[in-house]
Design a protein around this ligand. Structure first.
Ligand SMILES: C[S@@+](CC[C@H](N)C(=O)[O-])C[C@H]1O[C@@H](n2cnc3c(N)ncnc32)[C@H](O)[C@@H]1O
Length: 247
């Protein structure tokens, strides 16, 4: 009688142990066999006027700004609204740095960084933007700005070869954010940094369309989900966050 009772208890314990193991496996690998730290994905959702109907971690991705609007990037009031000189100073560039300006457009920031660094890789997905940038490089006689025609999922940067990736007013347009951020992470040198500049989504007084702004909270969530480490946020620019990430 005692033997049968002990056997029943042991079976019960074994069953509980098996259930516990199953539960832990489900937590670790998910019900479909995916790892719990699998990368987030872009999903479909309602399309708004300025968006593409695709969402990343709850945020609708914005349309890419066409090259037809390139003059807006060179508007005279930009100096007052964005204080690019202060932005460049805050980057603490070194003469040995290889810098990538992803979504460089007309090269507005490339030419401001070029005198302080070894080279600037200006990456864009629109050849027309790169042509405008290189026309200006010729005019200014700047030889260390190099154009790279990227794709929507690959900035075509040298692996481990970039000391600073700058992204100004572009990240919210990436329709393949996971692929882009993974490639950017792989492009960074061991001490490489990312400087993300986005109009402040938390501030209703910043007169920019909502999908072209980002909150610091959302930016950190997205970058950290791919493996970046938040370093610091600088809040001295008039309208924009400047958020530094490292590997
Ligand atoms: C709003 S403009 C900003 C240009 C520049 N950063 C500036 O502040 O003057 C955005 C630029 O990013 C480019 N772009 C969008 N998605 C991109 C991607 N996945 N890779 C590289 N460039 C991209 C667009 O073609 C456009 O030229």
């Amino acid at each position: 009688m005692t033997g049968a009772f002990t056997l029943a208890i042991m079976k019960n314990l074994r069953l509980r142990f098996s259930l516990l193991c199953l539960l832990m496996a489900l937590i670790a690998f998910g019900p479909l066999g995916f790892s719990a730290d699998a990368l987030p994905t872009v999903t479909d959702g309602p399309k708004s006027r300025d968006g593409i109907g695709k969402y990343f971690m709850g945020r609708e991705i914005a349309h890419v700004m066409g090259h037809q609007a390139a003059a807006w990037l060179e508007r005279p009031e930009r100096d007052k609204e964005e204080e690019p000189t202060k932005l460049i100073q805050t980057l603490e560039l070194k003469p040995t740095d290889v810098v990538a300006d992803i979504g460089c457009g007309t090269g507005f920031h490339c030419f401001r960084m070029a005198p302080s660094v070894k080279s600037v890789l200006g990456v864009d997905i629109q050849q027309e933007m790169l042509d405008l940038m290189m026309g200006k490089a010729k005019q200014l006689n700047i030889i260390n700005v190099k154009p790279i025609l990227g794709t929507i999922s690959d900035p075509k940067l040298p692996a481990g070869g970039v000391d600073l990736v700058l992204m100004v007013d572009v990240y919210h347009e990436f329709d393949h954010p996971v692929e882009m951020l993974s490639a950017i992470l792989a492009s960074l040198s061991p001490t490489g940094r990312v400087a993300l500049v986005e109009f402040r989504g938390e501030d209703p007084n910043v007169p920019i369309k909502p999908l072209h702004k980002m909150t610091e909270y959302q930016a950190r969530r997205e970058f950290e989900s791919i493996g970046f480490k938040w370093d610091r946020t600088v809040s001295t620019l008039p309208w924009q966050h400047l958020i530094f990430f490292k590997r």
